[in-house]
Design a binder for this molecule. Structure first.
Ligand SMILES: C[S@@+](CC[C@H](N)C(=O)[O-])C[C@H]1O[C@@H](n2cnc3c(N)ncnc32)[C@H](O)[C@@H]1O
Length: 286
């Protein structure tokens, strides 16, 4: 078994890849598995360019043509979701350092079942938080309260030793700054367990076109609180490589794993762009 020694983006089923790493190799694991929506998650990204012969008419009668830039998808349907997660969560538990933390990103469909599973695997005393990431985007059903949050379960390897640095977390504005002193208002407040944060903007720089891409802002908070500069972080369901991008920007090390060649290609391009801004130290090829 090996210890990670270079930032890496690895292609393969995480259940096959993770056993190669030694116990306690990672200070933080961020895992964002498929949510078991029962659908195939797919995203198409189009680029629109001016073209007299184009099929679309825009402002002032100008003609435009759309070309497909990226088409990505992965399966999100499991007959036995807990049966799929359990052996992977066991591996993740083994890989966490004694001071380490798991952030497991789920939604309302499975979070309660998975919490029971994690209580069993980690021990109830290792449960640290249930984070709610609240956003406000997309269609609103009129048949029930529109679901606009994800659940992130946070478990530590050892409740007596885990690392958590509240002072390192970027503060946020008070909702009612008039109710606190000017000094407090200027400093901002420590985020609570409810995180209001926009989804990845469809037109922003961060967008890769990969389905279910998570915002760097929420993953950044996890790394600020639960790791120190230079610590190793693992994302076994890496998708577009959000954890790698954040780790790179915050001076942490990373191993990303995904079984989809499309995901690995997207993450490699994304990290490559960051490399051009400031070169990665010893990044391993896929
Ligand atoms: C919800 S997406 C992750 C999105 C990612 N957090 C981001 O910000 O782009 C889930 C990913 O898990 C991958 N995946 C599903 N089963 C896997 C497995 N057994 N091993 C490795 N990757 C897997 C899928 O290919 C997909 O890219």
């Amino acid at each position: 078994m090996e210890r990670p020694d270079a930032d890496a983006i690895l292609l393969g089923d995480n259940l096959q890849v993770l056993p190669r790493f030694a116990d306690g190799s990672f200070q933080l694991v961020y895992a964002d598995p498929p949510f078991n929506t029962g659908k195939r998650q797919a995203r198409r990204t189009l680029a629109t360019v001016a073209d007299e012969a184009g099929e679309r008419t825009g402002f002032g009668g100008r003609r435009y043509r759309s070309t497909l830039l990226v088409e990505s998808s992965y399966s999100d349907s499991f007959e036995d979701y807990l049966g799929f997660l359990e052996p992977r969560l066991r591996e993740i538990h083994r890989l966490l350092a004694p001071t380490g933390t798991l952030y497991l990103h789920l939604d309302y469909r499975e979070a309660h079942y998975v919490k029971l599973l994690l209580d069993e695997l980690f021990g109830r005393e290792c449960f640290l938080n249930e984070l709610v990431w609240a956003y406000d985007y997309g269609a609103r059903t009129k048949r029930r309260w529109p679901a606009k949050h994800d659940t992130i379960l946070v478990y530590v390897r050892d409740p007596g030793r885990y690392h958590f640095d509240a002072e390192a977390v970027e503060r946020e504005p008070y909702m009612a700054p008039g109710l606190v002193t000017a000094e407090k208002a200027a400093r901002g407040k420590l985020p609570t367990d409810v995180w209001w944060h926009t989804i990845v903007s469809p037109t922003g720089m961060e967008k890769t076109g990969y389905p279910s891409q998570k915002p760097e802002g929420i993953v950044g908070r996890m790394l600020q609180a639960s790791t120190r500069p230079g610590d190793w972080c693992l994302d076994p369901f890496a998708g577009s490589g959000t954890l790698g991008a954040v780790a790179r920007k915050l001076g942490r090390r990373f191993v990303l794993v995904d079984e989809s060649a499309e995901a690995v290609a997207v993450a490699t391009r994304r990290l490559g762009k960051l490399d051009q801004e400031s070169p990665l130290r010893g990044r391993k090829a896929v």
